[in-house]
Design a protein around this ligand. Sequence first.
Ligand SMILES: *Cc1c(COP(=O)(O)O)cnc(C)c1O
Length: 411
Amino acid sequence: LYGNANAIGVKIPGHWSRMAKKVYEELRPPERLLLGAGPSNVDPRVLKALTSPIVEHLDPYFMEVMDDTVELLRYTFKTKNHITLPISGTGSAGMESAICNLVEKGDDVIVCINGFFGGRMKEMVQRCGGNAIAVEAEWGKIIRKEDVVKALAESNAEVVAIVHCETSTGILQPLKEISKLVHEYSALLLVDAVTSLGGCELNVDDYGIDLCYSASQKCLSCPPGLAPITANEKAMERIRNREAKVQSWYLDLSTIEEYWVENNRAYHHTAPILLVYALRESLRLLYEEGLEERWRRHKKSCSALMKGLEAMGLKMHAQEGHRCPALTAVKVPENIEDQNVRRTLREEFGITVSGGLGELKGKIWRIGLMGINSNKRSVILVLEALEQALKKEGYPLKSGSGVATAKKILS
Ligand SMILES: *Cc1c(COP(=O)(O)O)cnc(C)c1O
């Protein structure tokens, strides 16, 4: 402030002008390989999109960008749903939008909880005045369909909320059978696909998912800030026939729809233009590769990582047969300090890996191979770095065992 005053020749008291002006350094974030629970790294093409010129949110050019984004999102969700768009906000805004649109005061809502994010859904249902009925499983096990049926039979619930990939535990929840059962009870299925979209097999229409949301920064490898969401006609009908208006003005799908997918393009809020460019570019990358090919790549990298970790004597946390290809939860060995290992990974190798959330804090590491990070290079680097970090902590292991095992699978 006073520096400026000097420059334009304003007289300022002597003791002020003698004060040293604080210097803010130019932003120089470290380059990290982001192999945690998200965000993932961003492709240079996506970064380039972020530095493109801003146009107005109602500019005809931006309308075309929006149309492409919606089309590409439909491709990625595998859906024909008319209402398919990115919510302005992170994954939790997608979650909040889904829940506050579907839930009204006094509604029974079944919430499946086998990890941290199921718990967050429950909290949101309660804040919307819903009566959350928890169907629980251990953190690291799948939700059993029998338990969902029991809850459906014993309640008036018309909505069942469930997480596809529980990022806090590494569980990939089977959805097809649960979906069938939910619909036998004429309820709607709400799915959190934040970590699964673009990395794990997911087919919104074929699975019969009524409302599904995700986030830009996990397997889509885009910066955080957008939450793709898709809702079918059944879900929209419930939303349109609500007794009370959706409590959140910002997240009300029936009005956001007017801007994103209707021809009138009525102003709702100023879309985060640059983020939408970035999302479009990240989806374009996904489309060029092909969705199924991308699922295969995630499966392959993940299985190499898991086999490598096991060869190092480490144990997986999530139930066998239900492990998410985008996120591997591995147990911290006894007598090893979680923080020390992650610090070595970060400081000596520039690799970010996540620790456990909630009750799993200090007990697991979460290694994400999401989007562009799901490749041979990440697998080899993280295994080698983890070996070095573990050795430093005195963990006994045979040199190169993890990398050698992974390389065999990847070749
Ligand atoms: C990351 C995540 C969220 C929350 O997303 P934010 O972008 O952090 O708001 C919700 N659900 C799951 C399963 C997640 O992995």
